[in-house]
Ligand binder design. Sequence first.
Ligand code: AMP
Ligand code: MG
Length: 411
Amino acid sequence: MGGPVKRSVAEHQRAVLAALEPLPARDVPLGGAGGAVLAADVHSRTPIPLFDNSAMDGYAVRRADLIGAGPDQPVTLPVIADLPAGTSERPDVGPGTVARIMTGAPMPPGADAVVPVEDTDAGTTTVTITAEPAEAAHIRRAGDDLAPGEVVLRAGTRLTARHLAAAAGAGHGTLTVHPRPRVAVISTGTELVEPGSTPAWGQIPDSNSYLLAQSVTEAGGTPVRIGAVPDDEAEFARLLAEVSPDVDAIVLSGGVSVGAFDVVKAVLAPLPSMWFGPLAMQPGKPQGFGRLADGTVVFALPGNPVSVYVSFEVFVRPGLRRLAGDADPRPVLVDGVAEVGWRSPPGREQYMPIVMDDGAGGPVRVRPSARRGSGSHLVGGLAGADGLARVAADVDEVRAGDTVAVLRGAS
Ligand code: AMP
Ligand code: MG
């Protein structure tokens, strides 16, 4: 085909994932474990429920005392105790007596059924009961849900609200998880100013560090947004040294191509632990990946905002998910149908920002989100993108009606 051999997207994705492993597991309190990946199975410490208890507000009774009870045959019995949830009392319910009991209170010895308050006159010294309870009526048995030692949660689970509730119920105050990666985000470029301030001639707002910091959060990491540094090698190198001890990974944007002031490449390419090269990809061709001398993982992305978005979804998100302990963090692609056609550069795998219509029952329909094509500087068009369409390297034109692979963005 001619030209330099470029690394394919798949090769680079594999190289990134092969270089990373889950961060060492540690114990974290339940309140800080949401979103993290469990490093080990969690077993129940106790039976769930812990003890036989009442499923209703009512009366703990001996069923034998109430055989034949009904509206026409009320039975009146003395109430010997009052048992709210949380009581430590364990009164003996002897023949011919009952205890008032609330939902969740432990069943007292002797009682073998619960009569709901609705089937009584709600008395407190004596109670008149107008129904015969079924055997073991309204008793929640110890261990009905889980026996002690049973697995509640499997290693590899990404913890959501439901998982935290189950762990708490099973007696765990801490969980052993792969911690969420801490990720510094640094933009490079002398032209960059903080968004909201008025750019002087030649300056532009730094959009990448916001895109990346929020993407890190959405990928389950903890971002440390440093902001923009000018294209000054000494200053950039100093900043890296200052930031790296504090984080697991650094995501850089800009300065990786062949311009005269490409500071990231100038400072990092000499490190043997860094790879730089062109990818057979559009956008996102110039990329760097590797580690600093201290082991901190570095993703060096190109500067154009659309390239940054694409590079994050295709390489950085999977990499961060690997650090976070996901067993298979590769992006999930679904089939979509192109509503309109577009061009794709030959020899490069294209990632086109797209609008997606979830066809009712039918396939997802997609079209490019930017009004003016696929320019990687078109940051405004990113706002309308629901995801990316992947077009294979050997395809140079997508036609309306063609099937394309679709990578859904975070929503
Ligand atoms: P570079 O890769 O440094 O040559 O940057 C490529 C293009 O992306 C240039 O037009 C830059 O001005 C632009 N760019 C770089 N960094 C950012 C950023 N943080 N926010 C917005 N645009 C950027
Ligand atoms: Mg630059």
